[in-house]
Design a protein around this ligand. Sequence first.
Ligand code: E4P
Length: 217
Amino acid sequence: MKFFVDTADTGEIAELAATGLLDGVTTNPSLVMKAGRPMKEVIAEICAITPGPVSAEVAATDYDGMIREARVLAAIADNVVIKLPITLDGLKACKTLTGEGRKTNLTLCFSANQALLAAKAGATYVSPFIGRLDDINLDGMELIREIRVIYDNYGFGTEVLAASIRTVNHVKDCALAGADVATIPPATLKALVRHPLTDKGLEAFLTDWAKTGQSIL
Ligand code: E4P
């Protein structure tokens, strides 16, 4: 499973990219607002930090506007992925952009049927939002499982990009459900490595090592 980081904070992205564990980045208008910087500048900087796919979302809601904005975003760098909402205009724009060889990420996916449409429109990625479904007492992970089955039934190449991830258990359950990618907030991504027994064990090993008086170097 690939790991994308879900942020427009270039400091966080640079730190995670340096670990070698980062496969890409997703942003959205809310994350750009949080970063408090001009979108095109932020996307260019992120694309320079990582060679992986970087999702940049259109703000237009009509087909013509989406295509115009997509062309501007795509010109920023080769690794820009055009993020489009799953609406009829978004699906139509997806079909056009896919035909031109551009990568797309169909976002705000809350149902298996929407994911089916995204695949039929040729999307590179579909982004089902787990946390926002959980927030309204629905089962976000069930949506991941449903999309996996549907895509496998028909051999769709669209990648399931699990989004709106809130917990480390979401990441594990996405991996078990066969999501191709998880886009994870920086704090949750960093929390994946943590375990109290790892900390305790390391502390004991270091204490014993100090008692040996040895040095490896
Ligand atoms: C990523 O592509 C999505 O925009 C993001 O994961 C949404 O997360 P949220 O529901 O925590 O805002």
